[in-house]
Design a protein around this ligand. Structure first.
Ligand SMILES: *Cc1c(COP(=O)(O)O)cnc(C)c1O
Length: 428
């Protein structure tokens, strides 16, 4: 479905992009292939008002996949970045702001006594796993099917054949030996977790506590507490990947919301306020194994970059109790509106503070197999219908909508209206 009659600049850019960038993009989901259309080339955005290079305007529910909890180009974040930049953009030496953001994070996230910053979530989860292996002297990592922890070799693994068996590569170029050190189990499946922990000497379980990379699939009541007990009983570490849920579902992330304390936490997205910053942190005795104190090597030229730290710090400081109340109200209004718009059609609207997914499936989703029953064709038509009506949803069934503090009631109302109209054509 053409989104307007004047998409010339997008088409030109896409043609040029495909010659010099694989698929025309720098990260695959942006190509919009899974909803059956060409990518959107962005010109500018303020708040949640995003304009493409052809002048089409959209209400943005992607918000750069999570970092922009205050919306685009927030004046306070712009000012913080500009002020930092005038003093120099990078030093490769410590700064006061890095101490401040570390203190700010530790004061919010219950389990984080110390942390190390990185530039991406991928680096942070890779480093957390290295640390977990060093601390336990064990090799095997347990992860959940459909959870994403960045494009770390060993975590790009699919379940092998049979319960609790070693993983197999989920991408070309991943060593079989790397995937074999990972055991992949279904989310919300206690028996599978117990079996994996019994069959192997497991260094760590890594989990998104509110997984949002297969679409949002909530943990069942008590499941996160179960993970804590099951790991503790066996000397296995528990790593929460809160790159999405951190500073979003509650001030201290999912661990704050549900009261379960992991050994290590991976953070990113909101943490960088829209600039490249991420971190991993946790128990002091574990974190002190990192170089230069300990024997686990980890480093980064731009880690703790002054611009990213300034943006992140300002972003965190604006997240007060009132902000979370508003974010949750907007999330509830969006979820309820989408549910009402869907009526008795076969969709599931799932939400938690700041995140929403509309699954195009008749049954409630509890794991990746459930998510994969979704009608991705119908979902693609729905998303194209939304874009045609000025609403920019995450262009994949296996992602969440990112609610921001810049989404106002009128954005929700316009979105729900567009969604209702797009539902009419989704199964056409
Ligand atoms: C985005 C994401 C990552 C990877 O972060 P990058 O900054 O893209 O490398 C890791 N874990 C989760 C849960 C994510 O959503």
């Amino acid at each position: 479905m053409p989104i307007s009659l004047t998409d010339d600049k997008s088409a030109d850019l896409y043609a040029r992009a495909r010659r010099v960038l694989p698929g025309g993009v720098n990260s695959p989901v942006r190509a919009m292939r899974s909803i059956g259309r060409d990518p959107l080339f962005v010109d500018r955005a303020f708040g949640v008002d995003l304009t493409d290079v052809d002048g089409n305007r959209y209400i943005d529910w992607v918000c750069s996949w999570g970092p922009l909890i205050h919306g685009h180009a927030h004046p306070r974040i712009l000012e913080a970045v500009a002020t930092a930049a005038t003093a120099g953009t990078t030093f490769g030496a410590p700064t006061a702001a890095e101490v401040e953001i570390a203190e700010e994070i530790a004061s919010r996230v219950p389990s984080v006594e110390m942390l190390r910053m990185t530039s991406s979530g991928t680096e942070a989860s890779m480093s957390a796993i290295r640390l977990a292996r060093a601390a336990t002297g064990r090799d095997v990592i347990v992860k959940f099917a459909g959870h994403y922890h960045g494009h770390v070799d060993g975590l790009l693994a699919d379940a092998g054949s049979g319960l609790a068996t070693q993983g197999i590569p989920a991408s070309a170029g991943v060593l079989e030996s790397a995937a074999r050190a990972t055991v992949v189990v279904p989310w919300n499946d206690r028996d599978a977790v117990e079996a994996a922990l019994d069959a192997h000497e497991v260094a760590a379980i890594i989990a998104e506590p509110y997984p949002a990379n297969m679409g949002l699939v909530r943990p069942e009541e008590g499941f996160l507490a179960f993970l804590r007990e099951a790991t503790e009983a066996r000397g296995t570490l528990l790593i929460f990947d809160e790159v999405i849920s951190g500073f979003r579902v509650a001030p201290g992330g999912a661990q704050d919301l549900v009261g379960v304390t992991p050994d290590l936490t991976v953070m990113g997205k909101v943490l960088g306020g829209g600039l490249p910053a991420a971190a991993f942190g946790g128990r002091r005795d574990l974190m002190e194994r990192l170089a230069p104190l300990g024997d686990v090597y980890q480093a980064g030229t731009l880690s703790g970059n002054p611009l990213a730290v300034a943006a992140g710090l300002e972003s965190l400081r604006m997240l007060d109790d009132d902000a979370y109340l508003r974010l949750n109200e907007t999330t509830d209004a969006l979820a309820e509106g989408l549910r009402a718009a869907a009526g008795d059609r076969p969709v599931q609207v799932v939400s938690v503070n700041g995140l929403v997914t509309v699954f195009f499936t008749a049954d409630p989703v509890r794991d990746y197999d459930g998510a994969r029953t979704a009608d991705t064709e119908a979902h693609g038509r729905w998303c194209r219908g939304l874009l045609a009506r000025g609403v920019y949803p995450p262009p994949s069934q296996f992602e969440a909508w990112f609610v921001s503090l810049a989404h106002e009631p009128q954005h929700v109302a316009q979105t729900v209206e567009a969604a209702a109209a797009a539902f009419e054509v989704a199964w056409a």
